[in-house]
Design a protein around this ligand. Sequence first.
Ligand code: ADP
Ligand code: MG
Length: 274
Amino acid sequence: MGLFAVAIQSETFSSNPMPVPLSPVDSQVQLEALKSELRRVQSLAALGELTSTATHEFNNILMTILNYARLGIRNRDDASRDKALTKILEASERAAKITQTILAQARNRSESLAPTDLGAIIQDAMMLLEREMRKYRVVIEMDLNPDTPPALASGNQIQRVLLNLLINARQAMPDGGTIQVRLNSSTDKKYVEMVVRDSGKGIPRDQLPKIFNAFYSTKSGPDESGKGGTGLGLAACKEIIDAHQGKIRVESTVGRGTAFVLRIPTAQDTTVAA
Ligand SMILES: Nc1ncnc2c1ncn2[C@@H]1O[C@H](COP(=O)(O)OP(=O)(O)O)[C@@H](O)[C@H]1O
Ligand SMILES: [Mg+2]
């Protein structure tokens, strides 16, 4: 069956005349179609990573709920039951929050930009990755300036950017390390600035220009948590930040670490300018 298919294919190939060059209009149409296909693949890859994270988290939450439910059944006094129910409530609330995040990303309410508190987006991303980071011995240091103005952004999309940057950072530190996340406004208050810095292996200078290319990856495939290796993460990050009329840049020193710096216009500034 396989052979047959190959034979037919090579037949088609050999009898094929020289390809007719596409007109500029046709190739533009094709290019646009391929770009939108790529965007779809990128968001599916991101959703896959998110689902894998969430499944692990859910499992953990379920264990908490099971254990406290057992404890509550075994110990009939009020204090034990109160404690068990409180823990069950907290765990369930966390589970509900995770479901909301995934549903929001799956719906991909993409282009709508609205004043968004990036501090809250960072906290949500951390809630999702907290346990995973602990497992890989990664310490998170957060420095979120509470006076940072809202950014004109799609919360879902910025969360996708952030999750990819954090997972890349974690993967650059196979023996653990530190990730610093900072949020501030630029001195002129026109931009909200977010920095994700790791103490990982760094990126060699000759690789730096390639890292934002789609399908560029130095990983052999997804790691055991199902993440990375598609080379689609940073390409998606760049596209998302461009759509926000923002900027993303990278600073890296081999052996010392890497920092991704994002700038996204503040909501007020854009409203005034419009
Ligand atoms: N924080 C980082 N430290 C070191 N290398 C990085 C970091 N972030 C990205 N890279 C490099 O950029 C490449 C592309 O990243 P990305 O587009 O997210 O794809 P993937 O994570 O699937 O490999 C990675 O394979 C890695 O070589
Ligand atoms: Mg990645």
